[in-house]
Design a protein around this ligand. Structure first.
Ligand SMILES: *Cc1c(COP(=O)(O)O)cnc(C)c1O
Length: 424
């Protein structure tokens, strides 16, 4: 049996190459499960990494799936996830997506607006199906800090329904014979490293859930408290342990949501990066090293087309790399201060925005070195602009001079399983 390490993987398959370690996924699942109140139901957010093998592993470990596109749904079902363990979310569901999901057996949606509710109800009626939905609330926060996190709701947002507005949506609150409300959905922050900040966020959601359920007289079968569990991205380090979270949340749930211990309601959580961030490493080759007006540029064969394209929006920290084989995803960075010079790490794309890091320490980088970028199992390849959320790329249509005879081109990003040597 061939034993792979980073060096022979790069030789065998070429670079850039994403490598995922399944046992890291298992460890992360175990770590998160013990940090959460019991009983709970845990959803894997497929957008963090829709790789079929990774999704299959998480399905096999008993996680439910949270999806927000037809592509994510297809991967999830192909991985063996029963449709009744899938939650379909997202602020811009199309009629086609919803009807397709219902046809594939999905019966639980997160409703993000009145329009979204009507669309889901109409498609359920057409399909002769009865669907259930969570009302996504734009709430949470209540003034708490969020560590290094990115706030999704609790301020003007495209996600969820403002609490004020909800009271003037009797249809959404009441549902219909084919679309029935079964609970609430919160997802207010992401990537919160500070345990207290994350606990505050959940506390706010728990109180809000109790209040809304009580005031609206909602049947509370499910309460999805969301997530926000953090993981390092493209730099060394380990995800937080959240040791205090479980007792804190159990106390709060006992106070505000009686019945949760007997799963009336079922308490749900969602996690993406926490579960898969640590499993992935990107291997990339140094193509060139140049000096220009006092700066060193290391040119890699992986650019923002492969990693961090979405972070080029500036809301995420740029990656930082560490050298191959000295790299353990969770270990400290290995560097020798005497031989290290700060370099700007760039990709091969012909645009000045193709920068992966402006402050990287590399030990004596050499042309042809393979370097490893750790902790990119989440939002790595899937967050490379066109790959984001497994959506189809737009068609390209070529119009003739008379605006006739359009030539239509599709950029296909289909996954193909290959074995053995792919590139030199
Ligand atoms: C993206 C997303 C998640 C997962 O976020 P992570 O930060 O990767 O844990 C969970 N729920 C919803 C609704 C999301 O949009």
């Amino acid at each position: 049996m061939q034993i792979y390490n980073q060096t022979n993987l790069a030789q065998t398959f070429g670079t850039p190459l994403y490598v995922y370690r399944i046992e890291e996924v298992r460890r992360a699942v175990n770590r998160l499960r013990v940090a959460l109140p019991a009983p709970h139901r845990l959803y894997y957010s497929v957008k963090a990494n829709p790789n079929p093998g990774v999704v299959r592993e998480l399905v096999g470990l008993g996680l439910h799936s949270e999806v927000s596109s037809g592509g994510e749904l297809a991967v999830t079902l192909a991985a063996g996830q029963p449709p009744d363990r899938v939650l379909y979310t997202g602020p811009g569901k199309t009629t086609a997506e919803v009807s397709d999901a219902i046809r594939r057996g999905i019966r639980l949606f997160s409703v993000e607006s009145e329009v979204d509710y009507r669309r889901i109800g109409a498609e359920a009626a057409k399909a002769g199906a009865v669907v259930e939905y969570l009302i996504r609330i734009n709430g949470g926060g209540m003034g708490s800090g969020t560590g290094a996190g990115l706030r999704m709701t609790g301020r003007p947002s495209q996600f969820g329904i403002d609490l004020d507005a909800l009271w003037s949506m009797p249809e959404v609150l009441a549902g219909s014979p084919v679309a029935r409300p079964v609970g609430l959905h919160f997802y207010s922050v992401t990537n919160v490293t500070e345990e207290d900040a994350l606990a505050d966020e959940f506390a706010a959601n728990i109180r809000l859930a109790a209040y809304v359920i009580d005031r609206a007289g909602l049947p509370a079968v499910l309460v999805d408290l969301g997530g926000g569990f953090a993981a390092p991205f493209a730099q060394p380090g380990a995800a937080p342990r959240y040791k205090k979270l479980r007792p804190m949340l159990e106390r709060l749930l006992d106070t505000h949501i009686a019945g949760w211990r007997g799963e009336q309601p079922t308490i749900m959580f969602e996690a993406g990066r926490y579960l898969v961030g640590g499993c992935g490493t990107l291997l990339s080759r140094v193509l060139d090293i140049k000096r220009s007006q006092g700066r060193v540029y290391v040119v890699l064969d992986a650019g923002i087309n492969v990693l961090g394209g979405v972070s080029a929006t500036g809301r995420l920290r740029p990656p930082r790399v560490q050298p191959c084989d000295t790299a353990r995803p969770s270990g400290p960075p290995v560097r020798d201060p005497r031989t290290t010079e700060p370099v700007t790490l760039v990709g091969p794309l012909c645009t000045p925005i193709d920068v992966l890091s402006r402050t990287t320490d590399l030990i004596n980088p050499q042309v042809d070195d393979v370097i490893a970028i750790p902790n990119v199992g989440a939002y790595g390849l899937t967050a490379s602009v066109l790959g984001f959320l497994s959506r189809q790329p737009p068609l390209e249509v070529l119009l003739g001079a008379d605006h006739d005879m359009p030539a239509v081109t599709t950029l296909t990003l289909q996954r193909v399983e290959t074995t053995g040597e792919r590139r030199g």
